[in-house]
Write a protein of this length. Structure first.
Length: 294
């Protein structure tokens, strides 16, 4: 599906299989003897409800009340480029950063970066960065929505810009920024498989669970993994098959766990917005959980 880089570039592009994925796995399970009829029926419904059209509809109807509330004065954005593969599976394009990069070198991430003064919006930031890194033209992108910004370990307010791109898009990686380009199924970020691991840490006094998803030699972890879990939850309309949050996570007044969307940086310390409370005059509700509870 993906073309090779133009001559003179050194970034690699991993071609996705044309006939593999959830539909093929479903066919194999139906032919096998292990899954019962109820399980096969459930998987069939999940596949039929996870087309790019269904994903786009879920994002258009999501009530993302915090999508424009920044969590730090230092702004950044990433593009979440979704497309439907030849096998009918919705996939996301990810990159591995070049070893030349000063920060996060060699790590897997979404195309994106810091907001420039001339950027008119965080969406513009994400589209500009995707063009610089992958040669993706803004006219070939349909922005679906902006998710609530999340706080990075460098205290950046990172806005995920979810978008649909053409399945025929051929990345042209910038070798100064990108070492490799690959894509993986969106559903992988909700599945409890051997490729998924997690560990609990404490960050600035907040117990925090770091997720990792291994895929064909790449490791999607940390902030990128956290963003992709949120994207998959809304886009596919279901919760992860694993425990997303640390059992030691701080609790809100109603007993629910404090999520990453509640954290913000006031210039000196990391703080949290309370459910039903206020931070700098802004009401807070968890937009992801609110959508899933509908």
């Amino acid at each position: 599906m993906f073309a090779r880089p133009k001559s003179g570039t050194s970034a690699s592009i991993l071609r996705p299989p044309r006939s593999h994925g959830r539909l093929e796995a479903l066919n194999r399970s139906i032919a096998g003897k292990t899954p019962d009829m109820e399980t096969r029926s459930k998987r069939a419904r999940e596949v039929s409800n996870e087309t790019i059209e269904a994903v786009r509809e879920r994002f258009s109807s999501a009530d993302l009340v915090l999508q424009h509330v920044q969590v730090s004065k230092k702004e950044a954005a990433v593009l979440v480029p979704l497309f439907q593969g030849d096998d009918g599976v919705v996939r996301v394009i990810l990159t591995q950063r070049s070893a030349k990069m000063k920060s996060h070198s060699g790590e897997v991430c979404l195309p994106g970066g810091k907001r420039d003064p001339e950027d008119i919006s965080t969406s513009h930031t994400a589209l500009r960065e995707a063009n610089e890194e992958l040669g993706l033209q803004s006219e070939d992108v349909q922005v679906l929505c902006n998710l609530a910004p999340v706080l990075s370990k460098h205290y950046l307010s990172v806005t995920p810009v979810v978008a649909q791109i053409s399945s025929s898009f051929d990345p042209i990686p910038n070798p100064d920024e990108v070492a490799a380009v690959f894509d993986m199924p969106l559903a992988a970020f909700l599945e409890d498989s051997a490729s998924h691991t997690s560990r609990d840490v404490e960050w600035q006094g907040f117990p925090y669970r770091i997720h990792s998803f291994k895929y064909k030699g790449f490791d999607v972890w940390g902030l990128t993994a956290g963003i992709m879990i949120q994207v998959a939850k809304i886009g596919l309309g279901r919760c992860p098959a694993f425990e997303e949050l640390s059992p030691d996570a701080l609790k809100n007044e109603d007993g629910t766990a404090v999520t990453s969307q509640q954290l913000y940086y006031d210039g000196e310390n990391i703080k949290k917005r309370n459910l039903g409370g206020k931070k700098d005059g802004d009401d807070f509700e968890d937009p992801v959980q609110q959508h899933l509870n509908k």
